[in-house]
Write a protein that binds this ligand. Structure first.
Ligand code: GTP
Ligand code: MG
Length: 213
């Protein structure tokens, strides 16, 4: 049986949109690898521990549209869901976060749409991370489409906290008892202390090595 024309069109544009987001993740991922390699080459040091990327599932795209009061259409998802393509950059030290953000901001072909600095302004949960919404031009055969990618930059210690906190949050469907939220907040403070201590330790090691030379 032939697909009704309307549905066919819908699926066609869904596939095109998904192709764009997948391509955008590839483009930004490659850029980040190049920046990391260049940094290694110049400073003998990798600011990135690892990178994770993901495309939002259709179920969670629809859920987010519904939560924000939008109908499930392709136009709405492109316009209102900013994190369909997401990249998480996990760094060793807090100083690497701003270094990465700065390098990303200087890439000529990326446009930074907005920045949310939950490092300077942590969330009530204790969450600390640096978020950027960027667009990257995707060159198709007949046109160029600026495509959105949400970038999250955080330390490895904060990534550990955030993934556990996320699981707990889901277990309680967002209504964790107060004592659990308080304990998680305390853990976030410990993570910040650990990050600060590791950073100063790293500084001391670098200075000691310099003095040796
Ligand atoms: P979302 O609807 O979740 O995208 O939130 P938002 O549009 O208000 O944006 P926000 O910058 O608050 O959060 C974007 C993403 O950051 C989330 O999808 C999570 O991946 C992450 N995030 C934000 N807050 C928290 C938090 O308190 N805990 C954890 N574990 N992750 C968080
Ligand atoms: Mg999100």
């Amino acid at each position: 049986m032939d697909m009704p024309e309307k549905l066919n069109e819908g699926i066609d544009s869904w596939n095109t949109v998904m192709l764009l987001y997948h391509s955008a993740l590839k483009e930004v991922g490659t850029k980040l690898e190049i920046l990391n390699d260049e940094f290694q080459h110049v400073h003998q040091y990798n600011p990135i521990e690892y990178i994770k990327s993901r495309i939002k599932t259709p179920e969670s795209i629809v859920k987010k549209l519904r939560r924000n009061g939008y109908e499930s259409t392709i136009d709405n998802m492109v316009n209102y869901v900013n994190d369909i393509a997401g990249i998480r950059i996990v760094c060793s030290f807090t100083s690497d976060i701003y270094r990465m953000a700065d390098m990303i901001g200087k890439q000529n072909d990326l446009t930074v749409v907005w920045v949310k600095d939950y490092f300077k302004n942590p969330k009530d949960s204790g969450y600390k991370s640096y978020h950027m919404l960027v667009t990257v031009p995707i060159f198709l055969s007949d046109r160029v489409v600026d495509t959105k990618v949400e970038i999250q930059i955080r330390t490895i210690a904060m990534d550990f906290w955030a993934s556990l906190e996320h699981k707990i949050y889901y277990k309680f469907e967002g209504n964790a008892p107060d004592y659990i939220s308080e304990d998680l907040k305390e853990c976030a403070d410990i993570v910040s202390m650990l990050d600060a201590k590791m950073l100063s330790l790293n500084k001391a090691i670098l200075e000691a090595k310099k003095a040796e030379q």
